[in-house]
Each structure stands twice: as structure tokens, then as C-alpha cells.
Design a protein around this ligand. Structure first.
Ligand SMILES: Nc1ncnc2c1ncn2[C@@H]1O[C@H](COP(=O)(O)OP(=O)(O)O)[C@@H](O)[C@H]1O
Ligand SMILES: [Mg+2]
Length: 229
């Protein structure tokens, strides 16, 4: 099984090797738990190795993400600039011909298909699924998600969906059943007054993965896991 590395030190082996190529996985968790940073981390290190990717950021501008990534020490030049394409909402809106909200979803898909044809990437990130849902027009969420995942599968890329969850105990949604893999991130209380960012793999089709929680740390420009406290 060909895999894509997470570039999180010691984590790939807990996944049974990494993220299987062509799978649709989710990074799911509460706010501030490094979901976007992790997605970016994968694309960044892949880009350095010549692997192309598209990061669709469904925020008005990519400034806040890029400022944070630069502050974390990621350098957006050379091979990264060449291989990692960031499409923020401003850019996506500019490319859409119709302003009819009922057509937004079709427009978005056409736009992504065009980018895929042009850039021939291996990895696609959608940040985030809840925002994509807000922008899209649908009557039935289950049907909408089913079509979204079929469309993604048809693109043939490795896809990372960032999924914001309001709380760690949020119930599973249809997306959790449709995704090939789920990485869950959380902030856990440790000691009396501190919080620790943690990660675990609750699902990774085709892989013999660990399901334990690990501490997720970012130090000296690198993500790593450590035993959870
Ligand atoms: N320079 C930095 N080094 C390490 N961590 C940082 C740095 N800048 C921001 N962070 C942390 O990253 C967290 C947000 O990460 P992000 O990936 O945007 O989370 P999410 O997408 O899950 O909401 C913030 O809570 C912040 O504490
Ligand atoms: Mg985020």
C-alpha cells in the first residue's frame, strides 16, 4: 500500500505506515487543536519532495493561515511555492461565474476540477467541511455528503478534509462513515490547570493502526507525538 507521510515524527508508524494514497481522510477536532497546521504540514513537506497539492481555504483570505505558518517557521519559497497552491475564498469567488447561491457548490467543484487538471496535484485539502456546507445549497445533508464524497473519490487524489467539531463528545456524523480515515485532535486537561493538545487515529481503512491518544507537540519547527499524559 502506497502511503503519504504525515511528517509528524513517530506518528506514521502508529497509523500502520501513513495515509494510504487516494483515500479521503478527515482531521476532526475542536478549534485550536492544530487541524489546519497539520494539513498544511503534510502539504509543505510533500511539496519539498516534489509532490503537488492544492489547499482550498474557505476563508476570505489566506493571510491568517500564512502568517501563522510563517511564524511557526514554514518557509514558503522554492519548491513549496512551486508545488503548493493555496486557493482562498476570495480567489475561488473570483473564478466563479455565477453568484447564484444554489450554483455555488457546482461552481466550486468545477473550479477544483480545473485546478486539478492544470496543476496535476497528488493531494487536496478542504479547510473546512462545515464552511463548505454553509456555502453550499442542499436540502438533505446525507445526500449532499454522499455526492461530495463520490465526487472527491472520482478526483482520484489523496484528500484531507478539515472538520471542525464543537466538542470532543460531538456525535459521529455521516461524514465519519464516508471518510476512509479519521484523525481526531483535542485539547485535554492535564494536571489541574493546563491543557495538552492530543491526537489519535480513530479510523484508517486498510491499515493496522493504533487508536490511542498521543500528545501532539510542535517544537523546533517540527510536529511530533509523545505519550499522552
Ligand atoms: N508559532 C507557533 N508555534 C506553535 N504553535 C502556534 C504558533 N502559532 C500559533 N500556534 C498555535 O496553533 C494553534 C492553532 O492551530 P490551527 O492549526 O489554526 O488550529 P485549528 O485549525 O485546529 O483551529 C493556536 O491555538 C496556537 O496556539
Ligand atoms: Mg483551522
Amino acid at each position: 500500500m502506497e502511503v503519504i507521510s504525515t511528517y509528524v515524527k513517530n506518528f506514521d508508524r502508529e497509523l500502520g505506515g501513513g495515509i494510504p494514497k487516494g483515500h479521503i481522510i478527515m482531521i476532526s477536532g475542536t478549534p485550536g487543536t492544530y487541524k489546519s497546521s497539520l494539513a498544511f504540514n503534510i502539504l509543505y513537506h510533500s511539496a519539498k519532495r516534489g509532490i503537488g497539492s492544492i489547499y482550498t481555504l474557505l476563508e476570505q483570505s489566506s493571510d491568517s493561515l500564512l502568517v501563522q505558518m510563517k511564524r511557526m517557521g514554514y518557509r514558503l519559497d522554492g519548491k513549496v511555492k512551486e508545488n503548493l497552491y493555496i486557493a482562498d475564498l476570495g480567489r475561488i469567488r473570483q473564478a466563479l461565474t455565477s453568484t447564484d447561491p444554489k450554483r455555488w457548490d457546482t461552481g466550486f467543484r468545477k473550479y477544483v476540477e480545473g485546478l486539478v487538471e492544470e496543476k496535476l496535484p497528488d493531494i487536496l485539502v478542504i479547510d473546512s467541511l462545515p464552511v463548505l456546507e454553509i456555502l453550499s445549497y442542499f436540502k438533505n445533508r446525507r445526500e449532499y455528503l454522499f455526492h461530495l464524497f463520490s465526487w472527491l473519490k472520482g478526483l482520484g487524489l489523496t484528500t484531507i478534509l478539515v472538520n471542525e467539531k464543537p466538542s470532543i463528545t460531538s456525535p459521529f456524523g455521516d461524514e465519519d462513515f464516508l471518510a476512509d480515515g479519521i484523525l481526531q485532535t483535542a485539547l485535554k486537561p492535564i494536571g489541574g490547570s493546563d491543557l495538552q493538545r492530543q491526537i489519535r487515529c480513530i479510523k484508517m481503512r486498510a491499515m493496522d493502526h493504533n487508536t490511542s491518544w498521543f500528545a501532539l507537540e510542535f517544537r523546533e519547527g517540527q510536529f511530533r507525538i509523545a505519550p499522552a499524559i
